[in-house]
Design a protein around this ligand. Structure first.
Ligand SMILES: [Zn+2]
Ligand SMILES: [Zn+2]
Length: 263
């Protein structure tokens, strides 16, 4: 973790109390290698030992200003990469914390498929990395919108991982940034998708998988600033579809996306 992410860690006292409670239920072991963690380590970076943290590759400062893909190199001049250069994305930009290859993938896998919901706290800490992007800090306030999960899958898993991450992000908002969690999107049902097929011409570029919730809040003056959140962004298609649906449904100032991993 670098110095700029340190300031995002607020209220160590709160973190300690929370850890004391959670420690009863989940012994502080590294989620990657199962080695025991000291109490102070568990507060600082829960469920991840130092060597395993070092095995993660931060995106760093050299990344595409649109899709967030990280590249090797030291230049921090803004650029748009060739992977997304010819694509129309409905998000303004995406920022991820770590590269998807390697240790991060296994952690996300445990979180989602082994249903280790408590790992959300670890990902909350790892997400501090995204605040290196000044566009996220300069906006001042955001509505944090989780990418919704299919109802059936959410029932199986017991939680929506993006919603858990959104909660952690809001809890750890850096100073000067106001975040509020808003679930503005839902997955559409099979029947709705059938109905939409009949009026497809109006819905070019609009996702058939997502729709706004039925009761959207009033849009703030100047338009909503939306921060979509997902565990992994790969091509950016999912967050872009979510953004397109929201742009159609409400007045938008800007829409960005953040994720723990960039696949
Ligand atoms: Zn470890
Ligand atoms: Zn790109």
């Amino acid at each position: 973790m670098n110095a700029s992410t340190g300031e995002a860690r607020k209220s160590p006292r709160f973190a300690r109390i929370r850890q004391a409670v959670v420690g009863w239920i989940y012994p502080p072991l590294c989620a990657a290698c199962e080695s025991p963690l000291s109490a102070s380590r568990q507060v600082e970076v829960p469920f991840l030992c130092e060597p395993c943290e070092a095995a993660l590759t931060p995106i760093g400062d050299h990344y595409c200003r649109v899709c967030g893909q990280g590249f090797d190199g030291v230049s921090s001049l803004p650029f748009r990469c060739s992977n997304c250069g010819d694509r129309e994305l409905a998000i303004d930009f995406a920022v991820s914390a770590f590269r998807g290859a390697g240790a991060g993938k296994g952690l996300v896998h445990r979180f989602k498929y082994a249903k280790e919901r408590h790992l959300a706290r670890l990902f909350g800490v790892l997400l501090d990395e995204v605040w290196r992007d000044e566009r996220l800090r300069d906006a001042g306030s955001w509505w944090v919108v989780p990418v919704p999960l299919h109802r059936r899958r959410q029932r199986e898993r017991g939680f929506n991982q993006s919603h858990e991450l959104a909660r952690e992000l809001v809890l750890r908002a850096p100073e000067g940034v106001e975040l509020s969690l808003r679930s503005l999107l839902r997955r559409t049902s099979e029947r709705e998708r059938q109905a939409r097929l009949d009026r497809k011409e109006r819905l070019v570029n609009l996702s058939e998988a997502f729709a706004p919730v039925r009761r959207l809040p009033g849009t703030p003056a100047g338009g909503a600033r939306i921060l979509l959140i997902d565990d992994v962004i790969t091509t950016g298609t999912t967050v872009s579809e979510c953004a397109a649906v929201l742009r159609e449904a409400m007045e938008i100032d800007r829409i960005a996306a953040v994720s723990v991993l960039r696949g």
